[in-house]
Design a protein around this ligand. Structure first.
Ligand SMILES: [Zn+2]
Ligand SMILES: [Zn+2]
Length: 674
């Protein structure tokens, strides 16, 4: 009897064994098959031939596969390896990974081979010709990167300040790969996949460019997926795939290079559902499978990547010069405490800022107002010292739980009644955070003749709205753009002289050990939008906490200082890269039951892991739909055997599930959560 192990889109086990009828050829790994499951037929992907002996008693239970759906594998062997790594590293099933990998219908409905197999890649494409020249600094960086690669450092971190022209360097390196007949995967955060970037790459790579992102319909993504599968069998021309996070799952053959642009960007991590993977980590694994090179690019490296670069695990290349000799923007901090004290405010605008905006508009320059009011946890802050109350054990700001009248820590579960005054200085505590809509109203009242546009999730719901706003602003059909972090990514506007951050404090006070890192990244990105052509840009940051270390670091554009400060904190309070965090979220319809199960798991895990386990955490959003949530976090030393830790964690979870009352409690594991 010939047997194969099949991955099915189920969350329970990794694979299921089926037999292959005599009249069928043994399907190779990566081929899709149709198999019976209970009373249904489902699609699966062949993982491998099953060669281990099977007990006689089970033999009768093995059912035959119904049919083979592909003549050639739909999933490459490198992709299958990536799937296996992902399922083991992120502690989810192979079925979860499969569901995330195969676009739209490829894992569900039966598709005949598409009738119009229109090759998007023309059969012959002319030679690749360089369309631009690199500046001296860019050329030097490109050379250093290639030298690292030649010398066996396959992963290189390119730390280039904003507007240093990293894209030119990428293009140069991609061209070299294509000329060598290799294919390239170029990852960008979803939000950075603008027409600005795509049309620029289209100009250089023409038909060789394949774009892939989640805004495509299922059919569009399926078409691109098949295009890449078919291409591998033809192997005519090399190509480059530009895509967001999920492009990591495309079965690109003959991969020579993976670029992860804005490698620090949090959107590379899939928060929900499984697999809760980080595309940067996955890119490194995938590249290794192919023997390909990796380039991580950013103006503001993640602490984790920079740490590995300084340790020599990655090559490190720095580009400190902005393209065209442009100076980094000049940053002015406005002390809101003093402004309010003197009553020199209009709404949320300080008088000096209003004055500066007035001058910009008079000079026919554009202004960007940044207020990142979305997805903030409710916070409080001292109006006198500018600090939020922090957890004594974890050093992160605590989150406000109004109903319980408590402040809570999201890492260890520590909680205290809301203090009436600031624990640090006795000053007055106030809830913080205002939205973009309010800012838009205020600025319009201040400048009734100015043309104001707002860009946030609410104004960009319909398909072309995002692009329309960007187009209008870049054509200078609007004077002031008010927006959230959507405006920070990779956009270039020539007439912007001034960028103002209305209140930096919510950024600084997130209940997250990465808050300072994120704040710095966001402020640098926002600042990078100022001063494109000729003149130096200006950035004005309003804050109640002008002495905050991150703000002075941002003012000096001093990433090294940020890194040193953060790495010391991380070591002291046991965060990445020194410790790995695994977050467990438990859900149940019954609040009492989920709390009890969380307590049981906490006790059980503490016996194994001791103080590495947190207390039971009540998240700030405690109920989602009909579920009540509880959380636990585990912090494992990076030097420890993580596989052993995961094995014991699984054991603990199985134990919890073996208790009858916990049968319906959902437990979601998030490895390296953001
Ligand atoms: Zn205070
Ligand atoms: Zn804590």
């Amino acid at each position: 009897m010939r047997l194969v192990d099949i991955i099915l889109p189920l969350a329970i086990r990794d694979c299921y064994t089926y037999s292959v009828p005599d009249d069928l050829a043994l399907p190779v790994p990566g081929t899709r098959v149709l198999v019976p499951l209970m009373k249904k037929e489902v699609r699966g992907v062949v993982l491998r031939e099953h060669t281990e002996p099977i007990e006689e008693t089970f033999k009768d239970k093995i059912r035959p596969i119904s049919s083979v759906l592909d003549t050639a594998p739909m999933v490459s062997s490198e992709q299958l390896s990536l799937w296996q790594w992902m399922s083991s590293y992120y502690m989810c099933s192979l079925g979860d990974v499969m569901a995330a990998s195969l676009p739209g219908g490829l894992d569900k409905r039966l598709t005949n081979p598409p009738k119009h197999r229109r090759a998007l890649l023309a059969p012959y494409i002319g030679p690749i010709e360089s369309m631009h020249d690199l500046s001296q600094a860019q050329a030097k960086s490109a050379e250093s990167i290639e030298t690292f690669w030649r010398n066996g450092k396959d992963i290189v971190l390119l730390h280039g300040v904003t507007s240093s022209g990293k894209t030119d360097i990428y293009i140069h390196l991609i061209e070299a790969q294509l000329r060598a007949g290799k294919n390239v995967l170029y990852l960008v955060p979803e939000i950075a996949l603008t027409t600005q970037l795509t049309s620029r790459l289209q100009l250089v790579f023409g038909e060789r460019l394949i774009v892939y992102h989640s805004r495509f319909t299922d059919a569009e993504r399926e078409q691109r997926y098949l295009q890449i599968v078919n291409h591998s069998s033809q192997a005519t021309n090399s190509f480059v795939v530009l895509g967001a996070r999920s492009a990591i799952f495309l079965p690109i053959p003959n991969l020579g290079l993976v670029i992860v642009d804005e490698e620090h960007d949090p959107s590379y991590k899939q928060a929900e559902p499984n697999p809760r993977y980080h595309a940067r980590a996955a890119a490194i694994v995938l590249a290794k499978e192919h023997g390909a090179k990796v380039l991580l690019g950013t103006a503001t490296p993640s602490i984790e990547s920079y740490y590995l670069a300084l340790k020599g695990v990655y090559g490190l290349v720095k580009l400190t010069e902005r393209f065209g000799g442009l100076e980094l923007p000049h940053i002015t901090l406005i002390d809101l405490r003093r402004q309010y004290e003197r009553k020199e405010m209009y709404g949320h605008f300080s008088d000096p800022l209003v004055e500066r905006i007035r001058q910009c508009l008079a000079d026919n320059k554009q202004v960007i107002l940044f207020q990142n009011r979305r997805g903030y946890a409710p916070q409080i802050q001292c109006m006198a010292c500018g600090q939020p109350p922090r957890c004594v054990q974890c050093d992160v700001p605590m989150t406000l739980h109004k109903r319980e009248n408590e402040l809570r820590c999201h890492y260890c579960g520590y909680h205290v009644p809301i203090p009436s005054v600031c624990p640090q200085c006795g000053g007055e505590l106030k809830a913080i955070g205002i939205g973009t809509e309010r800012i838009e109203d205020e600025i319009q009242t201040l400048f009734p003749d100015a043309r104001v546009l707002r860009m946030d999730l609410d104004t960009t719901r319909n398909k072309n709205a995002y692009q329309d706003i960007i187009n209008a602003f870049s054509r200078h059909e609007c004077d002031i753009l008010v927006g959230t972090q959507m405006i920070t990514k990779g956009l270039h506007f020539d007439d912007v002289r001034l960028v103002a951050v209305l209140n930096a404090d919510p950024l600084l006070n997130q209940p997250d050990f990465r808050a300072y890192e994120r704040a710095y990244q966001m402020l640098e990105q926002v600042a990078g939008r100022a001063g494109r052509k000729g003149a130096q840009g200006e950035v004005w940051i309003q804050t109640f906490d002008p002495n905050n270390v991150v703000l002075s670091i941002t003012k000096a554009h001093d990433y090294e200082a940020l890194y040193k400060h953060q790495v010391a904190e991380r070591q002291l309070f046991q965060y990445p890269p020194f410790h790995r965090i695994i977050r467990l979220q438990m859900r149940d319809h019954n609040a009492v039951r989920v709390h009890k199960a969380a307590t049981q798991l906490q006790v059980y895990l503490t016996r194994i892991f001791g103080e590495r386990v947190s207390g039971v955490i009540v998240p700030s959003v405690e109920r989602v739909q009909a579920y009540t949530l509880r959380e636990l976090t585990l912090r494992i030393e990076s030097s420890a055997n993580i596989n052993e830790a995961k094995r014991r964690l699984k054991e603990a979870i199985d134990h919890i599930w073996s208790i009858p009352s916990n049968k319906n409690v959902k437990i979601i594991i998030d490895v390296d959560p953001l």
